[in-house]
Design a protein around this ligand. Structure first.
Ligand code: SAM
Ligand code: SF4
Length: 381
């Protein structure tokens, strides 16, 4: 049976953070009705997935840990009674400090959740305040300890760097404290200023310059590697055996379905997402309609424009991983040599932005830092 990943989006947050443009609303009034709509969609669409085995489940957001235990249990019961799951399927949930309780953690355990992803962002309370987070470092520490006490042995911690006024040493302080907690996985994202956010609307933000950002990035790679965290993707580091199998599906172009407004899917060769409106989503499910989808079309044999081709997409996603693009795999998939399709790829080897090792091209840490620029160059024809 073919494998499939399941993503469920919980588009609710207590408060919007100043940098975040992920789709979520701050009124949790409709939360119960929303879960009921998600369950209805799963029940209705289950026949489409009869021939598939789900080996990963990811409940993300938004803030999934806002769900009350009975709603969470109902959601999991619906998933389990309608979809085929593999034994030992990876089952992750995103949990925000300040919304985590012992009761909720116990409920996650009882329902088979085996991976927690906790958004910390920084261990500096001033930075947390600036980011608009609802919690302090101390709240996070208590929540993290509670999760360990409840038996969670696969925990990811999210952090961000290149924050306003941040210096390399400030970020390294956050990282060192995180490393001391010994999580199995660390996701570390460079702050991206998104247009429709409070940060995006500010006239001036004292962001670190490019040299400082590069220092943060390279020091982070060195420190995490020294502490046995393997960088398996641009922003993701894990202890041996703790890669996030669900997120790997995105970069390996494997099948996954996303449920809920803004959730993305790659299924049956097509990429699509549901429109960003919780109200409309609930209404359409209640009226027995299929929620509105937006399809991303990809042409088979053209490079980059007007739409990205499957081949470009494959290279772009694979190059996010430290394992890179394997020459033989590429050729057997597309019937063309990688260097013929993308002649510029070899030109970044001498400058040590790209390496060719074990039959694959991949970015070096310093290449990852400028990977957007390099990929644009490589994918140009
Ligand atoms: C979609 S959020 C959901 C996680 C959870 N709600 C939380 O805030 O802890 C996943 C992660 O994306 C990262 N993130 C969100 N917006 C970002 C931005 N503008 N720049 C960089 N990282 C961002 C944060 O590290 C966050 O923890
Ligand atoms: S970062 Fe997390 S908590 Fe903050 S607004 Fe985005 S999804 Fe919500």
């Amino acid at each position: 049976m073919k494998k499939l990943g399941l993503y469920i989006h919980i588009p609710f947050c207590k408060k919007k953070c100043n940098y975040c443009d992920f789709y979520s609303c701050t009124s949790i009034k409709g939360l119960r009705e929303y879960i009921s709509a998600i369950c209805t969609q799963i029940e209705r669409e289950a026949p489409l997935y009869r021939e598939y085995l789900f080996d990963t489940i990811f409940i993300g957001g938004g803030t999934p840990s806002l769900l009350e235990s009975n709603d969470f249990s109902l959601l999991v019961a619906t998933i389990k009674s309608n979809l085929n799951l593999t034994q030992g399927a990876e089952f992750s949930i995103e949990a925000n400090p300040g919304t985590i309780t012992k009761e909720k953690l116990t409920c996650y355990k009882e329902n088979g959740v085996n991976r927690l992803s906790i958004g910390l962002q920084s261990t500096n309370n001033e930075e947390l305040k600036l980011l608009g987070r609802i919690h302090s470092y101390d709240t996070f520490l208590k929540n993290y300890q509670l999760a360990r006490d409840c038996g969670f042995n696969n925990i990811n911690i999210d952090v961000m760097y290149s924050l306003p006024n941040q210096k390399t040493n400030d970020f390294l302080e956050t990282l060192k404290r995180v490393i001391a907690l010994n999580p199995e996985h660390i996701s570390s994202y460079c702050l991206k200023i998104e247009e429709n956010t409070p940060f995006g609307k500010m006239e001036y933000l004292p962001l670190p310059d490019e040299d400082e950002e590069y220092n943060m990035y390279i020091s982070m790679c060195e420190l995490l590697t020294k502490n046995s965290y393997d960088q398996y993707e641009i922003s993701n580091f894990s202890k041996k055996g703790y890669n996030c199998r669900h997120n790997l599906k995105y970069w390996l172009s494997e099948d996954y379905i996303g449920i809920g407004p803004s959730a993305h899917s790659y299924f049956d060769g097509k990429r699509y997402s549901y429109i960003e409106s919780t109200e409309q989503y609930i209404k359409q499910i209640k009226e027995n309609q299929i929620p509105n989808k937006i399809y991303e079309q990809t042409e088979e044999n053209t490079h980059s424009s007007p739409q990205m081709s499957k081949m470009d997409e494959y290279v772009m996603l694979k190059m996010r991983l430290s394992s890179g693009v394997n020459r033989e795999e590429f050729e057997s998939k597309f019937g063309e040599a990688l260097e013929v399709a993308y002649p510029k790829i070899t030109s970044f080897i001498q400058s040590e932005y790209i390496v060719y090792e074990n039959g694959a091209y991949s970015f070096t840490p310093k290449g990852f830092f400028v990977s957007n620029y390099i990929l644009t160059e490589i994918l140009k024809f």
